[in-house]
Design a protein. Structure first.
Lengths: 433, 467
């Protein structure tokens, strides 16, 4: 806590002037750490950071006072695994930077310069309450997809919160296809690339010696060194129970790997192993169809069972859409609350479910101290909702990111207003405002 | 609203042998060739063998009822007998004494959800190449293919749609690679060894058509027509012109050879087969409406219809339904102008409004999609009650499928296709508790024996799980 507060004090100096001091009072206040909502709560944001949140927080003179009128006030949603910012229209390739299937690079790819904060998906997701996202590249021509980032969805040009925040790799059927057609090839290619990177780290000249026989490019080796030493978390897409167990074993040879597992459809079958390994997981929780042979055990109770076993479970939306509909996170979390009422099913409590879309994904990517909750020192990402945020159709009425009030108007809203009463007008539509 | 529904029902039910000349008289041919017989064929060669599962006299009482046609009864009751809705009423309604009685306090009762746009069975799980049976993407018009010939009844998706979504009937459509993708089929969502055992008795056939990007991309990519939207229309118009000529030959008793493609299109032109047209953009929908008038057919429903809000007045005037998602957008150019208020804006204009899935996951929560759309409408001042919003999920799709005389609402004498929800179905916290199809209890959250497990899932990890 002390460290977080010191960091926040340092960050305060660098913040843009537009960040305002704001106190949101009379809130049904959700901290986002799994604790119960606080009636009549206040959250105070100063210099872009949360400085206090709870009952009985005094509002200092000079702070803008916003009355939430008893509504839910929460940290912004953290999209647990996404491609927001990397695509505008998926099928229009010029707008779609998710994947780089024809590059000669892999782990060294860095998505930061591909992000477009002005894209309409950023605004649409922001208007549904998403303020931060963990963004991963889709794939490269090789096994490793490259380095993702943690981003904010603010209405400004600076989208990157933390560059190179993760390395992404898919095992299972996708990894097998990349590696040459078999899971055996995936594991060997993974190992050989990491060993090559380690040799390079010890003696950079080795890469030149290998010449055309090199497993990887210099830029890839630089990135993988950070994976081997645990500086960069390694996000691994994996679904089949047996694959999960084998991925956990990677740490026997590379003990510093900071694993985060993505998908984990059959995770409930090996929940004990996952809990013992203390590896966080990101799940798309309503995946319940055996859509492939590595997802035969799919069930909506996966997240609840993993949580009950002691695994750190984040809830995301990536199996259905990973860029445009990050706002589904609240709906999916709400479904987990509903599942808890179904005989034989496992879900989450409301408090757990909300944490699974805010502080838990922040923790998975190593940023629990700076985003994802309204505890002091975290970014001033705050949402006032018109209703229970996990209920269907609830929307933000106000959003702050880093303490700055955000626009919630989207291109979609403009279209809606234009056609509220569809008819040919007296003037061309260009003159409608 | 849908022309020809009644006629097609009769035709299908009677299994009529239909020919160009009902009298069977032979037509004289020119010259010295022997006279050829006009074509005769069975319009229902793969007839439904569906029989409802066993029923019991059942009462649900003290429950909040949305009747599917916009009516609501608080503290209401329903009596189901012999597979039918016997009666629905308030607390004063007389109830039988020998029935299974379910206390519905705090719960909600609705007609079963009807998904007008599904590919379950023809794109089943697992989605391996060997199962990819939804697009006969070898020619831009394939009205001769029938989706029922692709449906795999063991698709685990059917039972998910039942247990999590309360789906009791659904239309299985061919995909959208083709301008004319083939015939659709309407199914009861019941486990059966055969697709015939799922076929909704007497439901009219549909013809799937597709506008826009998909056909021109698929065939343009093969270096053949169509590669443009104008190509789409040219191929469609040429095909309709041919169909009109074929139908005239049939009507004149001069058609002598079977032509499966033309038989489907002639069925559309005679109003027996309903058009379900995948179409995103408003301007294309307007052009399709003109094309339908040019050749004398009627579009039942535009599917996906993300721009229906731009022409909701026209759709209302033409009596065409829109089957829509709540908020899907951005995956391709023609889905770029989606708005969250599409569904309520279509509703406000008085046009037929339907919530559809096109997805094996979303079919499990169409009630939630309707809830989001309802909320979006309310935010811009469109007052949509819960009970009216339920028409998007049952009665309107039933109308568009030509089965509203038998299901889609809780009126006496209709099929007892009913869902008991454990709370308000427009809440994220609510799930189906019981689902009846033709009065038979097919799903019960409290009874693992009422949780269908497909052949595929037998012996696999998680067999019989809550899913």
């Amino acid at each position: 806590m002390m460290r977080a507060l010191l960091l926040s004090a340092a960050a305060l100096i660098a913040l843009p002037a537009a960040a305002q001091d704001v106190a949101i009072v009379n809130a049904k206040l959700v901290i986002g750490d799994g604790s119960a909502p606080i009636e009549g709560g206040t959250v105070l944001v100063r210099g872009g950071k949360v400085v206090a949140a709870g009952a009985g927080v005094a509002v200092p003179a000079g702070a803008q006072r916003v009355d939430a009128a008893g509504r839910y006030v929460t940290p912004g949603i953290v999209a647990a695994f996404s491609r927001v910012g990397l695509t505008e229209v998926d099928a229009v390739s010029g707008t779609n930077d998710r994947s780089a299937p024809r590059t000669r690079f892999s782990a060294g790819l860095d998505i930061a310069p591909a992000l477009n904060p002005m894209g309409s998906p950023v605004a649409v997701n922001r208007a549904s309450g998403v303020t931060r996202a963990i963004v991963a590249p889709g794939s490269s021509s090789n096994l490793f997809a490259g380095q993702g980032a943690v981003v904010d969805l603010a209405d400004d040009m600076d989208m990157v919160t933390k560059p190179r925040a993760l390395q992404y790799v898919a095992f299972g059927e996708d990894g097998s296809a990349k590696a040459g057609g078999s899971r055996a090839a995936t594991f060997l290619l993974f190992r050989e690339q990491l060993l090559a990177a380690r040799s390079y780290a010890r003696n950079p000249a080795t890469l030149a010696e290998w010449g055309n026989e090199a497993m990887i490019q210099r830029a890839d080796a630089d990135a993988l060194v950070q994976v081997i030493n645990g500086t960069t978390p390694l996000f691994v897409r994996v679904d089949r129970a047996a694959d999960i167990v084998n991925v956990l074993k990677l740490r026997q040879e590379f003990p510093a790997l900071k694993l985060v597992l993505v998908g984990v459809t059959e995770g409930w079958l090996v929940a004990r192993e996952l809990a013992a390994a203390k590896v966080p997981v990101l799940v798309s929780p309503l995946t319940d169809l055996p859509s492939s042979f590595e997802q035969l055990g799919a069930t909506q109770s996966n997240a609840g069972r993993l949580k009950a076993a002691g695994v750190d479970v984040s809830v995301g939306v990536f199996d259905d859409d990973d860029a445009h509909k990050m706002g589904y996170a609240t709906q999916y979390a709400g479904n987990l609350v509903g599942l808890a009422r179904v005989p034989g099913a496992s879900g989450m409590t409301w408090d757990q479910a909300f944490a699974a879309i805010s502080s838990v994904p922040a923790r998975a990517v190593g940023m629990e101290g700076s985003i994802g909750s309204l505890r002091p020192g975290r970014a001033g990402d705050v949402v006032i909702w018109d209703n229970d945020p996990l209920e269907l159709g609830s929307r933000p009425t106000a959003v702050w990111i880093d303490g700055k009030a955000q626009s919630l108007t989207t291109r979609q809203d403009r279209l809606r207003d234009r056609y509220a009463t569809p008819q040919e007008g007296a003037l061309p539509k260009a003159y409608d405002r | 609203m849908i022309r020809g529904v009644k006629g097609s029902l009769l035709a299908a039910v009677s299994l009529a042998l239909v020919g160009c000349a009902a009298t069977g008289k032979e037509t004289a041919s020119a010259g010295d060739k022997p006279a050829e017989k006009p074509v005769k064929f069975d319009k229902d060669p793969y007839p439904s063998t569906y029989k409802g599962y066993p029923t019991r006299l059942t009462v649900v009482k003290g429950v909040t009822i949305f009747d599917g046609e916009g009516g609501r009864i608080d503290n209401g009751s329903i009596v189901m007998t012999s597979g039918k809705v016997d009666r629905v009423g308030g607390p004063d309604m007389e109830l039988p004494t020998d029935a299974d009685v379910i206390d519905g306090a705090g719960k909600y009762l609705t007609p079963g959800v009807i998904d007008i746009h599904s590919h379950l069975g023809d794109y089943p799980s697992p989605s391996v190449d060997a199962h990819s049976d939804g697009n006969e993407a070898t020619a831009p018009t394939t009205p001769e293919v029938w989706s029922e010939h692709s449906v795999w009844p063991q698709d685990p998706g059917f039972s998910r749609a039942l247990a999590n979504g309360g789906v009791t009937s659904l239309q299985i459509l061919p995909g959208s690679a083709n301008l004319m993708g083939g015939r659709s089929i309407t199914l009861k969502n019941v486990p059966s060894r055969t697709v015939q055992g799922m076929k909704f008795p007497g439901a009219p056939y549909g013809l799937k058509m597709a506008c826009g990007e998909n056909p021109k991309r698929v065939y343009g990519g093969k270096g053949r027509m169509p590669s443009t939207r104008m190509g789409n229309f040219a191929v469609n118009r040429a095909t309709w012109a041919k169909a009109a000529a074929y139908k005239k030959k049939m009507d004149d008793g001069k058609a002598v050879d079977r032509d499966l493609a033309m038989e489907t299109l002639a069925g559309v032109l005679s109003g027996e087969i309903l058009i379900h047209n995948h179409c995103y953009r408003a301007d294309e929908m307007a052009l399709v409406i003109d094309m339908s008038k040019e050749f004398g057919y009627k579009v039942s429903t535009f599917h996906h219809a993300v721009e229906s809000y731009k022409i909701a007045d026209i759709l209302a005037k033409e009596g065409i339904c829109s089957a829509m998602w709540a908020d899907w957008w951005g995956f391709k150019m023609e889905a770029y102008d989606s708005v969250n208020e599409n569904i309520p804006l279509v509703y406000k204009a008085g046009a037929c409004t339907i919530v559809h899935s096109d997805d094996a996951n979303q079919i499990q929560r169409l009630n939630q999609e309707a809830a989001k759309a309802r909320a979006a409408g309310r935010r811009i001042g469109i007052d949509v009650s819960d009970e009216m919003a339920w028409t998007w999920l049952s009665y309107n799709p039933a109308k568009a499928l030509g089965i509203a005389d038998r299901t889609g609402s809780l009126k006496p004498g209709k099929m007892a296709d009913v869902v008991l929800w454990n709370g308000n179905p427009f809440s994220a916290y609510t799930r189906p508790e019981k689902v009846w199809i033709d009065g038979a209890l097919m799903f019960d959250a409290n009874d693992p024996k009422r949780r269908p497990v497909s052949d595929f899932e037998l012996g696999q990890p998680g067999e019989g799980d809550v899913k």
